[in-house]
Each structure stands twice: as C-alpha cells, then as structure tokens.
Design a protein around this ligand. Structure first.
Ligand code: NAD
Length: 443
C-alpha cells in the first residue's frame, strides 16, 4: 500500500518505519526541514531502541522516504496518517492547530480518494472537525472529491515503541465506513494473526479509548503513590503491599510501582485534556482531577525529603542526581520528575550534579549553561563530592551499587530513592541514610 504519514516524531517515525518494514511504501512528511534533512542523511533525531536500524534498512530498500513537500505527500498515499503533536493549550485542552493544519493541507492538494487516519491523540469529536475542514477546503476549491476520516489512536510507549507497535495488544480503528475497514485491514494485515486484535468501533469510542487507556494507567500510578505515602506514615513497606495486591489477578502487577510521579509527553497532558473535555460537557471528572493532584504532589516529595534531611538548609549543597529522563530507555524529559526536583533545588540555592545515559543533550537544551548545574559523564562523577544522592529514573545502570564506596563519596550520607531500587536493609547496613518511596521510613 502507498501510505503517507504527516509528522515524523515518536509516533509518526515509528509508524512509518514499522509499516515500511512489512512491505508498505511509506512517505513521511514533516514541516521541520532540519529533521527531514537529518533523516535523509540516516540520522535519527530521537533515541528509541531499534529505530535507527529499522529506518536505515527500509530507507535503503526504498520503502521509506522523507519529504517536506506536502503536495507530493498528499498525492502519494491512499492512506493519509496524521501523527503530528497535540500539545496542551494554556487551559490544558489539546491544541488541535497542527492536526487541523494537516487536514487543510490534505483538502487543498488531494486529487482523488483519500482515507485520512487520525493517529494523534485527539479529543472526542476531532474526526468530525477534520472532516469539516477538508470538506470546507474542497468546497472552496469547487471540487467534489471522495474522502473518509477515521480514528486510529496509537498506544506505543517511548522506550519500547517498536515492540509495542508490532506486538501491541490491539489496533483500534474507529469508523463507520466499510471501505475504510477494508483499507485498514490491508494496512495492518501483516501484524494480525488473531482477528480480534484489529478492533473496529465507532469513531468517538476510538477517540475516547485512547484517553481512557492513558487515564487508567495514570490512575494506577497515582493510586499506588497514594498508598505509598500512607505506608510511609504508617510504618508499612509499600513494596510488600504491592506484591500483596498485585497477586490478585483482578488487580495485577502492571503499573503499580510506587515512585516520584509520572511524566512524559502523554500521561500529564492526556489526563488534563480529558478533564477539560469533561468540563466542556458540564461534567466534573473528580477522579481524574485527583489523579493529577496526587501526581503533582508526588513530584514534590523528593525535594521535601532532601529538605528535611538537611534541616531545611540546602543552600550551597551539591546534590548528585541519577536519571533525568522521565523513564528509562528514552531521552525525553517532558514533565519529568527530575525537572521539578532540580528547579526546587536551584530555588533553594543548591547545586545539581547530574548523569543520565541518554538525556544529557536534552537537559542541556532545556536549561543551557548554568553555574548550579553540572552535567557529568558517569554515575560515579555525579556523586563525587556530593552531599547526597537522589535517584529519579530507574535506568539499569543504577541498579547495582557498591554502597560502601557510595558512602565514601557522599557528604551526609543520604540517598533519596524515587524509584525504590534497593533493599533498604542492605543500604542501611553500609551506614547510609536511605529514603525511598513508601518504605516505612518517613523522614
Ligand atoms: P512529536 O512532537 O514528537 O512529533 C510531531 C511532529 O509533527 C514534529 O516533527 C512536527 O514537526 C511535525 N508536524 C507538525 N505540524 C506538521 C504539519 N503540518 N505537517 C507535517 N508535520 C508536522 O509528537 P509525538 O510524540 O510523535 O506525538 C504525536 C501524537 O501522538 C500526539 O498526539 C501524541 O499525544 C500522540 N502519542 C504519542 C505517544 C508518545 O509516546 N510519544 C504515544 C501515543 C500517542
């Protein structure tokens, strides 16, 4: 099939590379000329395991091409995927300007039947707005061309994007058109062994499914963090509680790891956007508001623990920081707990000495050169002459530590572990003060 993909970010590029890899002819288009030039030169603008190889091999085979030319891109594919960003507006609702700009472009340049596929995460009712936009442009042009708009939300997660795309739980397609169903069947056929995996539903249900999925996962995280905060105050170990509840198949072990809050490009913005959508239909989404509130509070806890450890005086202290990305296997720092922590530390007059296996460039891009931030090139350098260590991201490289050695590096010596990586007893035996999340050690 000939497939056009608008937007070569995480979602667009992974979708394009994966669809090319199963034999489709894919043209990826982006307004960012620099990004397209880098992709054409074989350079991958984001860190995502396995993506570079997938892009290079399929580009070399001629099945995956890149362009900034929207006219040829609209002409190319029968399927026109929209995978552009939907960042939060000032009021938290999803900003649809990029999605609607693509709709306008498609309407402007189409010359025959097109099936437009919304892959971006968009509020319920967006497919109607995309349809209207295209119809208006066609009317202006005086053309009566046939087209369809469907919803095909993406469930991949950064860090495991290719695996999620190729072996995900399902492909959701919202449409009432048999013609679109046929096209989408053909598009995803190489991935479908079980027919149930390709789920057709109404457009609005598909749009809401994406938000519901992310809101559910965010709810699980805020729920366990709430229990962790209680455990901390009650002298219970939340890790034992986690095992105790996870063993119940109705609850399960997934997504109930206590931590320093969720971040990234999706959960915070999607929970907020769904809360906003609820407001628009005069419904107060109390649970969603609480999920966001608990998460906001959770991100402050690392700083609060440090503050208590240093009797409220962090001025002039150096804090070693392991992990900047919002989760392992990505360089993404959008809404990352590390940012809340660093910004609070700087306000308190402390200095940060940080290491992350992938997110150093991103951190430099976000904060630039500053006296109170040293980005160092190893976990060892991050704790050298530091007063305390904080762990924000559970990268594998932080899991095994010689605690006797660590004690010698740290001034106080305090570890604030936002990811519960260690056995508290082992750490304390080495003479370190260990403050994890919900492990009965309220500071
Ligand atoms: P991104 O910001 O990484 O990439 C978006 C790309 O779209 C950019 O390269 C931008 O230049 C391009 N773009 C903007 N306007 C354009 C236009 N008119 N024509 C062509 N290209 C244009 O975004 P992303 O993380 O890939 O997310 C895309 C959508 O998918 C969002 O709605 C997001 O919520 C959703 N989503 C993201 C993830 C994720 O893990 N990142 C997972 C599932 C769904």
């Amino acid at each position: 099939m000939r497939i056009t993909i608008f937007g070569t970010g995480y979602v667009g590029l992974v979708t394009g590379a994966c669809l090319a890899d199963v034999g489709h002819d894919v043209l990826c288009v982006d307004v960012d000329a620099d990004k397209i030039a880098r992709l054409e030169a074989g350079e991958i603008p984001i860190f995502e395991p396995g993506l570079e190889e997938l892009v290079t091999t399929n580009a070399a085979a001629g099945r995956l091409r890149f362009t900034t030319d929207a006219v040829s891109a609209v002409e190319f594919g029968t399927l026109q995927f929209i995978a552009v960003g939907t960042p939060p507006d000032e009021d938290g609702s999803a900003d649809l300007q990029y999605v609607l700009a693509v709709a306008e472009t498609i309407g402007r340049h189409m010359n025959g039947f097109k099936a437009v596929v919304d892959k971006s995460t968009v509020p319920v009712g967006t497919a109607d707005r995309v349809r209207e936009t295209i119809a208006n442009v066609l009317e202006e042009r005086g053309e009566a061309l046939d087209f369809e708009v469907c919803s095909n939300p993406e469930f991949l997660k950064e860090g495991a994007a290719i695996e999620d795309f190729t072996h995900g739980a399902r492909f959701v397609v919202g449409t009432d058109s048999e013609r679109v169903r046929e096209l989408m069947r053909e598009c995803y056929a190489p991935y479908i062994r079980l027919q149930e995996k390709l789920m057709f539903m109404d457009v609005r249900a598909a749009e809401l499914t994406k938000y519901a999925a992310n809101a559910m996962l965010a709810t699980k995280i805020s729920f366990i963090n709430e229990i962790a905060n209680l455990a901390e105050r009650l002298g219970a170990d939340v890790e034992q509680v986690r095992r105790g509840i996870g063993s119940d198949p109705r609850i399960g072990y997934h997504f109930i790891y206590p931590g320093c809050g969720y971040g990234g490009s999706c959960f915070p913005k999607d929970v907020r956007a769904l809360t906003r959508t609820a407001g628009e239909v005069q419904y107060q989404a109390q649970l969603l508001e609480a999920v966001e509130g608990v998460n906001h509070r959770q991100k402050q806890t690392l700083f609060e623990k440090l503050e208590r450890a240093f009797d409220g005086d962090l001025a002039g202290r150096t804090i070693g920081l392991w992990g900047l990305a919002f989760k392992p296997n990505t360089d993404d720092m959008r809404d990352a707990p590390s940012r809340t922590l660093m910004e609070a530390l700087w306000r308190a007059g402390a200095r940060v000495q940080a290491y992350d296996p992938e997110a150093m460039d991103e951190c430099r891009r976000l904060y630039g050169e500053r006296d109170d931030l040293a980005l160092v090139d190893s976990r060892e350098a991050a704790v050298q002459n530091a007063d305390a260590l904080v762990i924000c991201t559970e990268w594998k490289v932080f899991r095994m530590v010689d605690f006797d050695w660590l004690k010698q590096q740290l001034g106080l010596p305090v570890i604030v572990d936002g990811r519960n990586l260690y056995n508290p007893e082992t750490v304390r035996k080495a003479g370190l003060l260990y403050f994890a999340v919900g492990r009965g050690d309220s500071l």
